[in-house]
Ligand binder design. Sequence first.
Ligand code: SF4
Length: 595
Amino acid sequence: MEKHMAVCPYCGAGCKLNLIVDDGMVIGAEGLDGVTNEGELCLKGLSGFDFINDTKILTPRILHPMIRREKGGELERVTWDEALDFTAKKLMAIKEKYGPDAIMLTGSSRGPGNEANYVMQKFTRACVGTNNIDNCARTCHGPSVIGLMDTVGSGAMSVSIPNMENADLIMLFGYNPSASHPIVARRIVKAKEKGAKIIVVDPRSIETARIADLYIQIKNGCNLAFMNAFANVIVSENLHDRAFIDAHTNGFDEWWETIKNYTPESVQDITGVEPALIHQAAEMYATAKPSAIIGWGMGVCQQKQNLKTVHTIASIACVAGQIGKPNSGLAPVRGQNNVQGSCDMGMLPNLYPGYQKVTDPAVRAKFAKAWGVPEEKLPLEEGYKLTDLGHLVDEGKVHCFYNYGEDPVQTEPDSAGMRKTLSELDLFICQDIFMTQTTMLADVILPATSWGEHEGVFTASDRSFQHFDAAVPPKGECRHDWEIFADLSTRMGYPMHYDNTEQIWNECISLCPNFVGATYEKMAPEGGYAQWPVKSTDVNDHGTPDMFAGGKFTTKDGRANLMAHDWEAPSELPDDEYPLILCTVREVGHYSCRS
Ligand code: SF4
């Protein structure tokens, strides 16, 4: 019997575990003393390893490469050489005929890990020559990434998961941790046990509402109106932190011009909330000493005005002075296990790895030099977003989609529309581990290794990098994702070669100032991790649990930008024909889209 250290692949809580292997089969999992889980696991981490051996009646693993020689023809099993030659030839033909921007790619926020994503975005930029790369954050916490970069300068949780239990108040706004991140939910229970106040604002009476000191049931579609009123109370009742605002923020007067119009009374019809409850919540939040956290999830992001709501939440934390000190700040807790990582690795149309802008000529020059390509090969324009794929194909702008470890037929809005889009492409490539509803439609299927069969680094929701090992050999003819991209790139005239994931990781961190101290050596022990920004390679320096210490934001001038917006009604409201409001949710026993 052997044990191999891994990080759970089911959510962004980043729980460390051992995979227990007997006779080449994973037969069990046990919690390890990782930084976020301290030995605990939820049922997914404890029992979700069985698919590595056999998916039984569920979606099967793909074990060998396949192609369709003709559009609409049958899938045919081929060798790796034939599959990669076929793919490279087709990609080069599309690039030659329509230009590099006719090709669009996704990163994978799931099992492959940061190194594979790094190599894929390098393939996209240095080999194909486009910034058309995105990831599932686009329909998840994408608005949080952009909204936080606009306001406080960094698009991630400002607090750490372990420190959540030391906060004096936690307010959950459209976030159900017991279903989506059970081990984060445990931290909230522990915070309550230590005396923290809990506020839950949600249309549904979620599990955490049971332990809340204040539960506010809001109407669907009111988020921005509610948060504007919450902000209004903080300032109207003189609960704001004037010294912090003056020293560390920009734009308070303009911000107040909008916020002053949103009294709790004026939005009662929109929110469905008694004004006294908004007063109570805002008073509790602003007076919590010394620390308070606002956590949010898809209740904010999968809504109209999602970005604007994130702007407002971040501004509230600044106006109340509840950021830039220990255990206090902002917690957009990321869903998929490595969606923070795929954003960290630049699987975004506007950012290189390490959140460096593609529009910045100095950044482009740095990457061009490191990757050995002429600067003009790397476009200075932002690429296309995943949510634009449908109309880009309709308009004849995109002819090839390379889908890597995602299942957009199930995860994007309008499955029928997505199927139509994929069927109209000149070339649809899927690199995956399962024959999903998306993979079935592909012209080329490249089988990759699964979590459990490869090593790498994941980033947990709270910016903690952690290393995971391989436990068992690859199934069938499956190959590591990064090897597939490197081989394809070489066939397309941009040679890439790496011996292992550590080589890839070292190249990545050497180009990203905030990741420089995240060495494999630091991540090797059971409790090893590196939380960005982490700039020292000293093994005892694990990085930054609370960002923006002393009110130093990572914006251009070091000050937070306060941003306010007017509320707009949802685009679709119930009527006699469509009388129901539905909302997206997670279930604790399900893995996201379940593939
Ligand atoms: Fe895995 Fe998330 Fe459960 Fe931890 S909380 S065991 S990371 S699914």
